[in-house]
Design a protein. Sequence first.
Length: 452
Amino acid sequence: MEVFKHYTKFDNWERPLPRNRAFYSPTLDEYLDQTSTLIISDDLRRLYINTFSNTLDTTAYVLTRSGAPYTHIITGDIQAMWLRDSSAQVQHYLPLISKSPELTTLFRGLIRSHAECILKDPYANAFYEIEKFGVHAKDLTHMLPGVHERKWELDSLIYPMDLALSYWAHTADTTPFDRTWRLSISLTVKTLLTQRRMHGHGAYYFDRVTDNPADTLSNSGIGPAYAPTGLIASSFRPSDDACKYPFNIPGNIYALHILKKILGLIQELEFFEPVNEIKQIIESLASGLEKHSTVEHPELGEVFAYEVDGLGNKLLLDDANAPSLLSLPFLGALEVSDVKYQATRKLILSSANENFFSGKFGKGVGSSHTSRNMLWPIALIMQAATATDKNEKLDCLRTLIDSSAGTGLLHESFNVDEIEDYTRPWFAWCNSLFGGLIAHIIHTDLELLDAI
């Protein structure tokens, strides 16, 4: 039986009726009724309501397996669950969970489904809700039924731990952290140790027949050359594009931050088996980042590289998809005031970053995953969230509102010179991030929204 509901009219989006939603939460509706009335701008109010609710309304499905909840959250227009996206798509709902049994069930089910996905294949980035082969079945890698795509991306294992930590922090509930979850943590740790590549590349390989070199790995599926650094290698970026150099710096900084925090949870659970290995990875990452993560810029001083290979090559740019260098304070991995972060921020929000674009309708960071001059709302949201200047925040928010092009939703990317030229009209990740950002501003700096 078809699990998913079908949605249209993304060019003029209105929330579905409760009976037509993928997941119905009366708590969500009550919250939006309370907070949306505080927004003066009609356009912003509409966009806030639609974006904050988009993941639950259209992408979240709570199933039952073996008597337990199992949550499957698709990206939107692609009916598969990315470990990264699905984790980020629901974080902004956690403040509502204390009043919502239905959201508690959703989060418990998502933590469980993440664990089961990781146990199926810790190198895969996206999964189906059933055991089937899909559009990438012919990729030359160890594909299993139920796996949508098998691109090794470091953050795919870090985001689920981040979600588990956030759930625990909001609820103190340890129900989801059962034997299945603990096994997934042990496999995660084993995989991270292997992908430091201290003693060889390991068993992972990936080769796809494609005209796009960013959609596969070089060297017959092994990837670019490197020397061990103590950092964790990633074959692909959060954009799903291949890494130019295998050690992605924002991904490793994010991993270090989350691994330090996960120690607290597993010790609370008296789950001591992976503790020493996690401490080993933490020490290795800290040392590797100190030695390899930065470059001395002639004007800005010490800045973070985006990728390095341990052979002396370092890539200076940023990509819109998080974890990005720009997003690190949003992810909790760095302080906004960090001197190296601020210097890096100046670099990546300038023409020195090959993914920075400026045009008639705005300026900001895009991605090699889309064409030139395509600005990504995710990056604008991260810029607004990390800005300390009021005018910079307002500029980002105004550009984001304009980028919806009257559709009532945000999109994957948009053309800086042609606002109605956008990609992926149904892309829940960026909608969740925007809705969460506006909710945060409502509670902390409502007057800022009055200036829009």
